[in-house]
Structure formats: structure tokens, C-alpha cells
Design a protein around this ligand. Structure first.
Ligand code: PLP
Length: 396
């Protein structure tokens, strides 16, 4: 097998654990394994690590430490937020979300639809942008919860959460609780809960160089809250279960690292992403950048290649040690076209040939060069052999 350097371009799916994060976690995995709820010093030291991490995670989004609940992942945070809001408003039967949310939100809404709730799935335009007038029109005094993502995991398109939060307060839907899934935003762009007008916000460790299996839910002070996981008194009874202390400490370190380097990293990633897109557009005819005209995360590029199967592109890239995603991370492999690109009315001829490249601080210009050495040949080859193929070709 050829020993290519691995080129990992799937950071919206999951990221490498940062060495500094691993360092922070190791003592809690090796020696400091005491129960954080115990009163003996061996457990108290672990409790202190958790509380330190809580303060850092809170500071990274400008929240108070007591507004942070540690969870097992972004999915749990999303589920908890929506179900808690519905329990807080037992008299209201309406949910507003968007057609392009992650399944961690969409599938909760669908389940509640089956239980008699009315759900508005707001549509987006061809660049993935939300119609704020449609949002305003959808709000009623029966709206219990609004759950709208901060940034889309497939396209990187960002929604105007701050403005939407202001709108809610101005309408007859003002008592609705506002949740945002910021799983793809935290660590990539500034997130300040004091400005956002949200009641709840989800984040996930493994998207920002902490390990898998840890997340957090911000719940604004004074927001009525009903836990999803019920048991002991951990997390002040808001999320029971013995704390994943090592991963929580890792999440704290990851938030610290991303806060310190946020602006420089966003500029760095934006330049890499722009280089990638310019090179693909010049080398491949029939390539379309999805959401190009919208405000996007600096690290994400969703590109559709007409008349080709995205899974085949991924396979050939994989043969060269390049890893990317087709459609959303979680539905990849399902064979179903991406619901996000469908909602953006990406033509059928292109939706199946859509690839998401997502970058992190560990990517560099050489990674993009390597991709550009390989990708145009892959596209040309597939167009030659594909029954879906059309005459458009690549020039490299
Ligand atoms: N929300 C968004 C926008 C995501 O991209 C993801 C993961 O891909 C999730 C939620 C779920 O996060 P987790 O994998 O931590 O459950």
C-alpha cells in the first residue's frame, strides 16, 4: 500500500483530540479516578477539575458557570433543550425549527409531531439562508419552543441567531423558549450568549478537539428546566449520572484553546478554505459551491459535482489517503440525498455528487495542494465511467 500522508478533511464530523487536551485528561484517567460526588479529598480533587472546566466552558461563550450543564454529546444537549422547553410550556403545542437542522433536532421534532404537536419547518433559499419574515409569521402565542441552528454542519451557512432572538421578543411568540444548536459554531466563530438572545445553546466536545462523548448545554439563568436524564443529584440534578470527569476536563481545555486562538484560527481556516474552493472551481467545470453567497463558517466547504456519485468520489479520495464526507456526517452511508441540499433546491443532478470538506487547525496548505493534485483526476475518471456522466471535465 502506498504510504500517503493522511489528509483529514472531515472535521465537522469529528476532530482529532488536541495534545494539550489529552494532557489535561490523562491524570483523571490514570490516578485521579475518585468519585466527584464523594466528600473525601480523593473525590474532591476530581470535583474541582470539573468545576474548573465548567468555568472555562462558560467563559468561552460568555455564560455563568452555573448556566452550564455537562452532557454526553451534542445530541443529548439538543434533545434535552427541546423536550425541557415543551415540558415548561404544557399549554402550548407548536414548535418552530428549520428544514436543515441536524437529525438531533429534526427527529425530536418529528417524534413530537407524532404526539400531536404542530411543527413549522422553515425553508431556506438556494444559498441556505432563512427567510426572517417567514420566521416572524410562524411565531404565535402557541409556540412553545424555537430551535434553530447557529451554523449548518453540511454547508457551514450561519443563521442570524441574535436577530431571530430579538424578533421572538417582539412578537406574540415572545414566551417561546429559544434554543440554538451551536455544535458547529463553538470554537470556530465567536459565540456570546449575552448577545444572542437565546435561552439554551448546545455544544459538543468532539467538534472542537475534545474527545467524543462529552457535550454541554447552556441554560440561561431563570429559564425553566426539566432534565432528560433522571437519577442522582449530579449536575445539581439537571443531568444525572456519574460525571465523565476526564472528558469534561478535556472539554474545558479545548474551549480554552479555541478561545485564545479564535480570531487567528478563523482567518487561517478561511484562507485555506478559499484556496480550496478557488482551485476546485478552476480545475473542475460543473462544480458548484453550496451556500457561497451566504455567511458561512470559515472551515466548511460543500461542493457539488454534477452527474457523479459522491460516494464514488469519497472512495477514490480514500484510496489516496484523503478523507472527506458526502452529505451530513451522520447520514453518510445512508444513500439518501442530503436533506440540507434538497432544502436548498440543489438540482438532483448535483445533489448526489456533493462533498463536504471541513478543515481544522491541523490542516495546512500542503493538504489543499494534495487534494487539488488528486480530486480533478477523480472527477474526470468518474465522469468517463459514470452512467450519469455528461461532457463536462476537469482541466487538471
Ligand atoms: N448538531 C450538529 C449541528 C452536528 O453537526 C452534530 C454532529 O454532527 C450534532 C448536533 C450531534 O453532536 P454529537 O455527535 O456530539 O451528538
Amino acid at each position: 500500500m502506498v504510504d500517503y500522508k493522511k489528509v483529514y478533511l472531515d472535521n465537522n464530523a469529528t476532530t482529532a483530540v488536541a495534545p494539550e487536551v489529552l494532557e489535561e485528561m490523562l491524570p483523571l484517567l490514570k490516578d485521579s479516578y475518585g468519585n466527584p460526588s464523594s466528600s473525601y479529598s480523593f473525590g474532591v480533587a476530581v470535583r474541582e477539575s470539573i468545576e474548573r472546566a465548567r468555568s472555562v466552558v462558560a467563559a468561552s461563550i460568555n455564560a455563568l458557570p452555573e448556566e452550564i450543564i455537562f452532557t454526553s454529546c451534542g445530541t443529548e444537549s439538543d434533545n434535552t433543550a427541546i423536550l425541557s422547553a415543551l415540558e415548561a410550556h404544557p399549554d402550548k403545542r407548536h414548535i418552530i425549527t428549520t428544514a436543515v437542522e441536524h437529525p438531533a433536532v429534526l427527529n425530536v421534532c418529528r417524534r413530537m409531531e407524532g404526539r400531536g404537536y404542530a411543527v413549522t419547518y422553515l425553508r431556506v433559499d438556494s444559498d441556505g439562508r432563512l427567510d426572517t419574515k417567514a420566521f416572524e409569521d410562524a411565531l404565535t402565542d402557541d409556540t412553545a419552543v424555537v430551535s434553530i441552528m447557529f451554523a449548518n454542519n453540511e454547508t457551514g451557512v450561519m443563521f442570524p441567531i441574535e436577530a431571530l432572538g430579538r424578533l421572538i421578543k417582539r412578537t406574540q411568540g415572545k414566551n417561546a423558549l429559544f434554543h440554538t444548536d451551536a455544535v458547529q459554531a463553538v470554537g470556530k466563530v465567536p459565540v456570546d450568549v449575552q448577545k444572542l438572545n437565546v435561552d439554551m445553546l448546545s455544544l459538543s466536545g468532539h467538534k472542537l478537539h475534545a474527545p467524543k462523548g462529552v457535550g454541554a448545554l447552556y441554560v440561561r439563568k431563570g429559564t425553566p428546566f426539566y432534565p432528560l436524564i433522571i437519577g442522582g443529584h449530579q449536575e445539581h440534578g439537571y443531568r444525572s449520572g456519574t460525571e465523565n470527569a476526564a472528558s469534561i476536563a478535556g472539554l474545558g481545555k479545548a474551549c480554552e484553546l479555541s478561545t485564545v486562538g479564535l480570531t487567528e484560527e478563523a482567518v487561517y481556516l478561511g484562507k485555506l478554505r478559499d484556496k480550496l474552493e478557488a482551485a476546485v472551481l478552476s480545475a473542475c467545470t460543473g462544480a458548484i459551491i453550496n451556500g457561497r453567497a451566504a455567511e458561512r463558517l470559515p472551515n466548511t466547504s460543500s461542493i457539488s459535482f454534477e452527474h457523479i456519485d459522491g460516494e464514488a468520489i469519497l472512495m477514490l479520495l480514500d484510496n489516496s489517503g484523503i478523507y472527506a464526507a458526502s452529505g451530513s456526517a451522520c447520514s453518510s452511508g445512508s444513500g439518501k440525498p442530503s436533506h440540507v441540499l434538497e432544502a436548498m433546491s440543489v438540482p438532483v443532478s448535483a445533489v448526489h455528487g456533493s462533498i463536504r470538506f471541513s478543515l481544522s487547525r491541523y490542516n495546512d496548505s500542503a493538504d489543499i495542494d494534495r487534494l487539488i493534485d488528486i480530486l480533478p483526476g477523480v472527477i474526470t475518471k468518474l465522469r468517463e465511467i459514470s452512467p450519469l456522466s455528461r461532457p463536462s471535465t476537469c482541466t487538471r
